[in-house]
Design a protein around this ligand. Structure first.
Ligand code: ADP
Ligand code: MG
Length: 245
């Protein structure tokens, strides 16, 4: 078997007395879609943020492409974050900048592309999320679902190898939910690895390769979408049914 792209090894994380992660082991394979599920407060967001060094584990390692990112300083993390993009829950766009300027921003920060090349890259990213032609609009001109898709366009603009999505479809209507899932699948075809945190199990089961279930600081279950959906574990089953009602 090929080496995993990301290896979480014995990760523990505490906030004061509170144990959020209690020795987590998890491999993320290149090109897969992995979904993290678990109750509210089970540490899904903290785990996602740890994968790009926004949180530091108190114990354990997180290897990305063989390098332990928990040991890196902010400057080295900038390089990691070009390869692993984090998609914010609410798009987090700059309100006063046009859509095109919002997307150009990371390119101006991190690349030496010319203005022409930047426009092309911005156009291609908007096309990919089904929003071609919205370059000159302001975020406030778009619906919440469209803003979320612009957020995804901004995450893919630097052509990352991994994209982390925190609740990408929460609160979205069925149309925008399908659009987001289509984008995740499109990116998979291009070899991109995705890690999703979600409560929206019914739609996620159609796209995800594997599911990891977080409970009491540990990975309580891990398997393919089918294995998790058909689980005999009553508690897990209840959780899935509860979340998809
Ligand atoms: N910066 C922080 N300081 C203190 N506690 C935190 C912090 N971030 C998260 N927590 C706590 O860690 C637990 C896990 O949070 P989180 O990962 O956001 O949960 P979720 O699974 O809902 O995404 C929660 O109890 C939360 O209150
Ligand atoms: Mg969360």
């Amino acid at each position: 078997m090929k080496k995993p792209l990301i290896e979480v090894e014995g990760v523990s994380k505490f906030f004061g007395d509170k144990v959020v992660h209690d020795g987590i082991d998890l491999d993320i394979r290149k090109g897969e879609i992995l979904t993290l599920m678990g109750g509210s407060g089970s540490g899904k967001s903290v785990l996602l943020r740890s994968l790009i060094g926004l949180e530091k584990p108190d114990k354990g390692k997180i290897l990305f492409d063989g390098q332990d990112i928990t040991k890196l300083g902010e400057e080295q993390l900038v390089d990691v974050r070009k390869r692993i993009a984090y998609c914010f829950q609410y798009g987090a766009l700059f309100d006063s900048l046009t859509i095109a300027e919002n997307l150009a921003y990371p390119l101006r920060e991190h690349t030496k592309l010319t203005d022409g090349e930047i426009s092309e890259r911005v156009h291609a990213a908007l096309e990919q999320v089904g929003l071609g032609g919205s370059e000159e609009l302001l975020p406030s001109d778009l619906s919440g679902g469209m803003q979320r898709r612009v957020g995804v366009a901004r995450a893919i603009i630097l052509k990352p190898e991994v994209i982390l999505y925190d609740e990408p479809t929460t609160g979205l209507d069925p149309y925008n939910t399908r659009q987001i899932l289509r984008i995740v699948l499109d990116l998979k075809k291009q070899g991109v690895t995705s890690v999703l945190v979600t409560h929206d199990m019914s739609s996620i089961f159609a796209v995800t390769d594997r599911v990891a279930f977080l409970k009491k600081g540990k990975i309580a279950a891990l398997g393919t979408a089918e294995e998790i959906r058909d689980t005999k574990n009553a508690e897990l089953k209840g959780f899935i049914l509860g979340e998809t009602m």
